[in-house]
Design a protein around this ligand. Structure first.
Ligand code: PEP
Ligand code: MG
Length: 576
């Protein structure tokens, strides 16, 4: 028995047998061909491209109506690559010049092309190397007529199995849904890769970025997958299996018990009413709003609409997406304006600060939007136009100085004027709020609050910027501490600034969905929380078990403490 670690995407625990999905291209035959065969070999290569295209088109056409929009655009991008004659030109030349078989020529060219993409310093473009590899693999699969592809398995053949792959394409993911698999693990991929996004939408245990998964696992191995912690137990003994079976049962029972809280109010024992909102990345997640009986959406991360595609969505496409979200939510939706830049890059022909020395401190979020009105204006127009279809709020990320707000409000006034002149229906009084995620904004929250209709604490970034630790840098992750007194003081100050100005303050960073901090935050006066759907009922339960009047003095004492061990003990006492 041994364990492997990766990035857990969530979804609980699965116990099952491993099924390694090997891609075509891992063992490629290479041999010389006769000069007379060259023409036929090139024709065979081109037919493989055509078949790969036809197969992918079939998969795209069969997408279910509730499939994430990203999926369709990624399949579209792969189809476009396959349609480009330049992609088959180089391998055809290799067949001609070296007189080798089509598989070998394709493999050599694919290797070169993927390596070239990886060398590009722009992380988004270098990330595209995975798409290129997937497209080339698909063609290689056609050449080899590789058996074992997911699409060739009969329906349900993989039910309950744990799929292990180097990487999974979105097309594979559609198949996985059909097969009702138990879990999946990939060597590659980050937590916001397409694969991860789909895993979340499928709500099955999944782990990505588990380097070594393909090397160390064999088909038939018994695996325990802990999707929350990102841990896999390989061929565990009976005692370990029994432990995880009990844990799985406990998770299931707990989820069942929590279900009973759906209709219950989020009110503390001493009568403080709390509003619980959801964080949403993909439009189809909106259905969770009604399912969880949430007050609304506290954070709709609109930048996901702009990712994984060749062209930026135009105003009309954005309008359709926002209007759909607002209509389906049937409760207020807070649309966060584009938070691109830093680790969230897109292409679509727009240069971002991917190569900046410190991208997280660079032209990100509102800075990028105010710099590029061609990007920002259509979004604001689309959001206002969507306000005719339901209740929404505009929320601006990474505000750090008042001039940004002045520019924003001037732009909003222009946009509203334009829309009125064009005769569009919209709500001119859409509330406009700002995210407090930079210490400068938190420290001066009282001043910012005078201009804004609401504030929302983005603790993921507030912690990053306050403690000077890059969110995406593994080496300093250990310093990430929501209970650091500086972080707690900034949160407290922001909550009080909102109270003084008479505007609501919510929290939409991960801290809001972690039940460890619920009481501390209630004790500091927070009454609006926004989080991933899976955390909502658990947080509600904790709220209903909390007497704020009893913990207030303990929380106040915490803010006067600097020793981490002491703070942890205090939190344990508060949560006891
Ligand atoms: C945050 O920073 O806390 C936040 C909610 O925004 P994001 O995680 O999208 O940066
Ligand atoms: Mg943020």
């Amino acid at each position: 028995m041994f364990t492997l670690h990766g990035s857990g995407i969530g979804g609980g625990i699965a116990i099952g047998s491993a099924r390694i999905i090997r891609r075509a291209g891992q063992e490629i035959p290479e041999f010389a061909i006769a000069a007379a065969q060259v023409g036929a070999e090139i024709a065979r290569l081109k037919q493989a491209f055509a078949r790969a295209r036809a197969t992918l088109q079939k998969i795209r056409d069969a997408l279910p109506p509730d499939a994430p929009e990203e999926l369709d655009s990624v399949l579209g991008a792969h189809l476009m690559m396959l349609a480009d004659p330049a992609l088959s030109e180089q391998p055809s030349n290799l067949i001609r010049q070296r007189q080798i078989n089509a598989e070998a020529a394709l493999a050599r060219h694919a290797e070169k092309l993927v390596a070239a993409f990886k060398e590009i310093r722009d992380p988004y473009l270098s990330g595209k190397s995975a798409d290129v590899a997937q497209v080339m693999d698909r063609v290689q699969g056609e050449l080899l007529a590789a058996p074992g592809a997911l699409s060739e398995q009969s329906e349900g053949a993989l039910a309950g199995e744990i799929i292990v792959a180097n990487d999974l394409t979105p097309a594979d993911a559609v198949d996985l849904k059909r097969h009702r698999i138990g879990a999946f693990i990939t060597n590659l991929g980050g937590p916001i890769s397409h694969t991860a996004i789909l895993a979340r939408s499928m709500r099955i245990p999944a782990i990505v970025g588990m380097h070594g998964a393909i090397r160390y696992l064999r088909t038939g191995d018994l695996l325990v997958v802990d999707g929350k912690r990102g841990v896999v137990l390989v061929n565990p003994d009976a005692a370990a299996v029994a432990t995880y079976q009990r844990r799985r049962e406990k998770i299931r029972r707990r989820a069942q018990q929590l279900d009973g809280l759906r209709e219950a109010d989020a009110v503390t024992l001493d009568g403080n009413a709390v509003s619980l909102f959801l964080n949403v990345e993909l439009p189809e997640e909106i259905s969770a709003c009604a399912a969880q009986n949430a007050h609304g959406v506290g954070l709709y991360r609109s930048e996901f609409l702009f990712m994984n595609r060749q062209r930026m969505p135009a105003e009309e496409e954005q309008l359709a997406a926002y209007a759909d979200v607002v209509r389906r939510a049937q409760r207020p939706v807070t649309i966060r304006t584009l938070d691109l830049g830093a680790d969230k890059q897109v292409d679509g022909g727009r240069a971002m600060d991917a190569v900046a020395t410190n991208p997280a401190l660079g032209r990100r979020a509102i800075r990028l939007c105010l710099h590029d009105l061609g990007l920002f204006r259509p979004q604001l127009r689309a959001i206002y136009r969507a306000s005719a279809f339901g209740s929404l709020r505009i929320m601006v990320p990474m505000v750090s100085n008042m001039e940004e707000l002045n520019q924003l409000f001037a732009l909003l006034a222009q946009v509203k004027q334009e829309l009125s002149e064009e005769g569009h229906a919209f709500n001119a009084a859409v509330p406009v709020g700002g995210m407090i995620e930079v210490p400068a904004a938190a420290i001066a929250a009282d001043l910012f609050a005078r201009k804004l209709d609401f504030l929302s604490l983005g603790t993921n970034d507030l912690i990053q910027y306050t403690l000077a630790i890059d969110r995406v840098d593994d080496e300093v992750n250990y310093l990430y501490d929501p209970l650091h007194p500086s972080v707690l003081r900034l949160i407290k100050h922001t909550i009080e600034a909102g109270k003084t100005a008479g505007i609501p303050v919510s929290m939409c960073g991960e801290m809001a969905g972690d039940v460890t901090y619920t009481r501390v935050l209630l004790g500091m006066g927070l009454r609006e929380f926004s989080m991933e759907p899976a955390s909502l009922l658990e947080v509600k339960r904790q709220i209903r078990l909390t007497d704020v009047s009893k913990i207030k003095s303990q929380v106040a004492a915490m803010l006067q403490t600097a020793e981490p061990d002491h703070i942890k003990r205090m939190v344990d006492e508060i949560n006891a």
